[in-house]
Structure formats: C-alpha cells, structure tokens
Ligand binder design. Structure first.
Ligand SMILES: NC(=O)c1ccc[n+]([C@@H]2O[C@H](COP(=O)([O-])OP(=O)(O)OC[C@H]3O[C@@H](n4cnc5c(N)ncnc54)[C@H](OP(=O)(O)O)[C@@H]3O)[C@@H](O)[C@H]2O)c1
Length: 222
C-alpha cells in the first residue's frame, strides 16, 4: 500500500499520484515473487487492472524461480460487480479466480476465469461474517491453496478488502510506502470500514528511503 504522510490512500480517487518511481518498482517486484495477487473489486474497477507482470524480464525471472510467468489474479467481489471490459479480464494470457458469493458469471471475458464460491470451499458455518455482502476470506484462501497450489499471496488492497483480511487475522506482513505529501480530504486510509477490534500492533522489519519517500516493511505477529 502507498499513503500520503497523513495516511490517505488516494489523491483524486487514485493511488498513482502518491507514489514515486521507487514505489512503482517495489510494487512490480513484489508481484514478481508471489503465487497470487489478491485485489478487491473496487480497486480493479477504479484502477482498471491489466496483465499483472508485463515486463518479459520479470516473467523470465519468475519462471527461473519455478513460478508461473504470471501470478494467479484473484479478485474478491461478493456481488460480482465487474465490467468485462477491464483489461485484465480481456487478456487471454491471464488466469483469474474470482472469489464471489454470486452464482452469476462475467460475460464476455477473454481471460481464463474461474470462480471460487463459499459452497466450494467450506461448510456454511465457516461463512459467518459481520456483513452479508462480505465473504469470510479464510476458507477462500484455503480453497486457493488446495485448488490452485497458492502458497504466497500479495494483497494489493484496497482499503475495504484490507480491513476484511486484517479482521480475520490473515495478514502477516505490510509493505507501506509513505510519500512526503499531505492529502487531507482525499479518500480513506489504507484500511477502511468498521474499527478493527482489537487494533493490530505491528513490528517494524525495515525502512528504506528514496527521494524523500519512505518504504516501510512491517510484520504482524500472529
Ligand atoms: N494507496 C493504495 O496503495 C491503494 C491500493 C489499492 C486501492 N487503492 C484505492 O482504493 C480505492 C478503492 O477502495 P475500496 O476500499 O472500495 O477497494 P477494494 O477493497 O478493492 O474493493 C472493495 C470491494 O471489494 C470486494 N470485497 C472486499 N472485501 C470483500 C470480502 N470480504 N468478500 C467479498 N468481496 C469483498 C467488494 O466487492 P463487490 O462490491 O463487487 O462485492 C467490495 O465492495 C480506489 O480509489 C483505489 O485507487 C489505493
């Protein structure tokens, strides 16, 4: 996640204006190392997601490390509110798994799209979440492991999905880039929704700096 110094996750509705070149490099290098990238439907819709690893050199390095050339793209969308013209869904080389409670399917997609639904992964008792439009994510992640062999997941947000993952205790690390910018009044923080109970303490693992931007890595003790 990237934020302004006062904790805003967007400027004029987008995250792009906040980060610098080093942040973009870190973003793409993290993608290059994981089995799957998880993202909420709100972010996919607004940021117009496309193919996850575009750089052939990064794809080559992934294959050398024994990974698929592209990570599995995993979208959380309880309502399945995804316009098919999103570039990721139109990319025939991308494999997408949608976590959804909806029985419907995205029409007109050119990517390989699978659906993982609560009934596929668990008993109904697993699915008690505080809001009916939110899936309990722990059984969905277990389903990704058993059906797709996913061991490492990079979640790219957004703030609503982050809150779901944190509330369920499913986050073990946070990479947070902090820009030397104040963005009061622009959007939410990096975690949005009802208060996290209890608030989560983190341990600082490392700090780097480039052009006045800070790159923080935290560990969340289990
Ligand atoms: N600064 C950053 O690093 C950063 C990173 C990412 C995004 N953003 C910004 O964040 C904004 C989007 O915010 P957002 O909070 O709305 O995005 P989001 O978390 O990506 O999307 C929220 C949507 O994701 C789905 N979702 C979330 N939790 C779910 C769960 N437990 N089960 C099933 N579906 C779930 C729901 O989709 P449905 O409504 O389809 O059911 C929900 O409405 C954009 O402006 C984007 O630019 C910033």
């Amino acid at each position: 996640m990237v934020a302004t110094a006062d904790g805003r996750a967007t400027i004029d509705g987008r995250s792009g204006p906040i980060g610098n070149e080093a942040d973009r490099e870190l973003f793409h290098e993290l993608r290059a190392q994981v089995d799957a990238v998880l993202v909420g439907a709100g972010t996919v819709r607004i940021e117009r997601y496309g193919r996850l690893v575009r750089d052939p050199e990064r794809r080559r390095r992934r294959e050398e490390a024994g990974l698929a050339p592209d990570p599995l793209a995993v979208i959380a969308s309880a309502r399945l509110a995804l316009p098919p013209d999103i570039p990721l869904l139109q990319d025939p080389d991308s494999q997408v798994v949608i976590l959804t409670a909806s029985p419907a399917a995205v029409e007109g997609s050119r990517a390989r799209v699978d659906y993982l639904r609560p009934d596929d992964v668990s008993s109904p008792a697993d699915q008690r979440e505080e809001r009916p439009e939110r899936l309990a994510l722990a059984p969905m992640l277990r389903g990704l492991r058993s059906a797709y062999g996913v061991g490492t997941i990079l979640c790219e947000g957004g703030p609503v999905l982050n809150r779901s993952l944190l509330q369920e205790g499913l986050v073990d690390e946070l990479f947070l880039s902090v820009a030397p910018t104040l963005g009061a009044g622009h959007g939410s923080g990096i975690v949005d929704g009802p208060p996290l109970e209890p608030p989560r303490a983190m341990e600082l693992v490392s700090v780097m700096e480039a052009e006045g931007h800070l790159f923080l890595r935290f560990r969340l003790p289990v």
